[in-house]
Write a protein that binds this ligand. Structure first.
Ligand code: HEC
Length: 118
């Protein structure tokens, strides 16, 4: 019947959409950063997120190239993966290796590098 086929098609599109949505969102470093990093690091990466008030040390200003030049990509990768404690930095910076893939962490490093403007 035509009607059943229509419903099936809508059903498949719906399920397909549900699958594709979180995957594509998860691959996009900008939405990852806005979703899980910005509470501390600030939406623009300046280290001024709402949860950063009262933190010592505060998250670095990712928009300041001089500050960011001090850390290699490897160092950024490691602190995101293993957390601040792993490199003798603030324990407030969480470890993300259980919730993010290596690819996602690499894309976040690239994204953070792209924030430095001055
Ligand atoms: C609960 C607050 C918090 C969250 C959430 C958080 N961070 Fe951090 N992060 C920090 C703090 C605090 C530091 C500073 C550590 C230090 O300098 O001792 C830091 C440091 C860093 C650094 C090293 C550069 C620097 O600031 O000195 C990178 C890179 C980084 N975070 C990336 C991320 C990414 C990517 C996410 C999201 C996946 C994230 N952080 C989520 C608090 C947070």
């Amino acid at each position: 019947m035509k009607l059943t086929r229509g419903f099936l098609l809508i059903g498949f599109l719906f399920i397909g959409g549900l699958w594709a949505w979180p995957l594509s969102a998860a691959e996009d470093p900008a939405s990852l950063f806005a979703g899980i990093c910005s509470v501390c690091h600030g939406v623009g990466g300046k280290g001024d997120g709402p949860a950063a008030t009262g933190l010592h040390p505060k998250p670095a200003d990712f928009t300041d190239c001089k500050v960011m030049a001090a850390d290699s990509d490897q160092a950024l990768l490691k602190i995101i993966k293993e957390g601040g404690q792993s490199v003798g930095r603030s324990t407030v910076m969480p470890s993300w290796k259980d919730s993010l893939s290596d690819d996602q962490i690499r894309s976040l490093v690239k994204y953070i590098r792209g924030l430095c403007k001055k």
